[in-house]
Design a protein around this ligand. Structure first.
Ligand SMILES: [Zn+2]
Length: 120
């Protein structure tokens, strides 16, 4: 009788054997690249921001190649990450009306820029 194969650690991820990084999206600036990467990480994706520091040498390389990029570490998750990123970029709740002053607040802000009231 053959011995049962020992189970590998449960945290072992199958893609470790064969994962390839794949570019998800090019961001207009480093702050947005970081924001998107954080949102993706919170959703459980392993992502990396590339060319984060190339701003200092912008001008020496074509502008479209100087922008930061968000890469997914597992190309097998590229489609799901892309779908999530699309949702994040078009979230309806990124626009809200302030209960205090009625101002329309755009973007991922928790506080009204006009009167300082917190998001409802
Ligand atoms: Zn307000």
């Amino acid at each position: 009788m053959r011995p049962r194969r020992a189970r590998r650690g449960t945290c072992r991820r199958p893609w470790h054997d064969r994962h390839f990084m794949k570019r998800l999206v090019q961001a207009p600036n480093a702050a947005i690249a970081t924001l998107w990467a954080d949102m993706l990480r919170q959703a459980g994706f392993a992502v990396s921001v590339q060319r984060y520091f190339t701003g200092s040498i912008a001008g020496e390389i074509p502008p479209d190649q100087a922008l930061p990029e968000v890469w997914v570490l597992d190309d097998g998750e590229h489609a799901r990450a892309t779908a999530l990123l699309h949702e994040l970029r078009h979230l309806p709740h990124l626009h809200w009306l302030c209960a205090g002053c009625g101002e329309r607040v755009d973007g991922p802000f928790e506080q009204c820029w006009n009167c300082g009231a917190m998001r409802p």
